[in-house]
Write a protein that binds this ligand. Structure first.
Ligand code: B12
Length: 208
């Protein structure tokens, strides 16, 4: 039996999750706070997987529940700032060989709700696709999402490709996701490591 929203996410208890979210919304708790709690639940699900207490189908189910949650909460986080001309642009994508998209989607949602123009390149994004995205959209910010430690090389390759294309000075770059860290960001020459989507937004709003 789930006792709270975080537990329910970690246990893939969808009926409890949806019911609890409605209850929290009704009592005036913001969508942003609810997303944070669900995020903590997904991390706890990953820990269960680590300990052999949850398996790939559970991760998939957790992912599907999180997407449902986002569909419900996204409209409540949508910005009233519709002045497209004054918007800053962010290009975001999950790096090559990594298909995790929940954190990226939440980050896109958070930036969008704050008035950014968001270009979402999707998952498994190659260095060449990031380069093409920069050339076409001229973003203020580029965000990479990285969930697998085996994909560090994709981040390094993307940074090298950006430098080789002489585009490094045209864009601020941040990285986030469970496999990212301040140290890896520094060694890759990335401007900022964001522990959460909100941290990334706060940084981007001031630094881009
Ligand atoms: C759900 C899940 C899956 C689902 C993904 C579904 C989907 N549509 O995304 C499925 C089942 C497909 C999956 C597959 C795999 N997974 Co998986 N997965 C997870 C799990 C449980 C949750 C991830 C998640 O969605 N978290 C919730 C989101 C909201 O959190 P988040 O991504 O960190 O994002 C937040 C911040 O980090 C930040 N953020 C994220 N990106 C960005 C980007 C920017 C620019 C900014 C500013 C911020 C930001 O914002 C978000 C909100 O604050 C994690 C556990 C974990 N600790 O992360 C394992 C985990 C990432 N997976 C893991 C593994 C091993 C795999 C597989 C290799 C398993 C396998 N043997 O096949 C495959 C790899 C597939 C591939 N090629 O990518 C490992 C990785 C271990 C490692 N050291 O690399 C983890 C850590 C589980 C574990 N503890 O072992 N997985």
């Amino acid at each position: 039996m789930s006792e709270n929203l975080k537990d329910a996410m970690a246990n893939c208890d969808e009926p409890f999750v949806m019911e609890k979210i409605q209850e929290m919304l009704d009592s005036g708790i913001s969508a942003e706070v609810i997303v944070d709690v669900c995020n903590a639940g997904m991390i706890a699900l990953g820990e269960r997987f680590d300990h052999g207490d949850a398996f790939i189908p559970d991760l998939m189910l957790g992912g599907m529940i999180m997407k449902k949650v986002m569909l419900k909460l996204q409209p409540l986080m949508t910005s009233e700032n519709d002045n497209a001309a004054s918007r800053k642009t962010i290009i975001i994508g999950t790096v090559q060989h990594d298909i995790h998209d929940i954190g990226k989607d939440i980050t896109a949602m958070v930036f969008r709700s704050s008035g950014f123009n968001v270009i979402d390149l999707g998952v498994d994004v190659s260095p060449e696709q990031f380069i093409e995205g920069i050339r076409i959209h001229r973003p203020h910010v580029l965000g990479m999402s990285l969930l697998l430690t085996t994909c560090y090389k994709s981040v390094m390759d993307t940074m090298e490709a950006i430098r080789n294309a002489n585009l490094r000075n045209s864009v601020k770059i941040c990285v986030g996701g469970a496999a990212a860290s301040e140290l890896m960001a520094k060694s890759a020459g990335i401007d900022f490591y964001a522990k959460t989507a909100i941290e990334g937004l706060t940084w981007a709003a001031v630094n881009s």
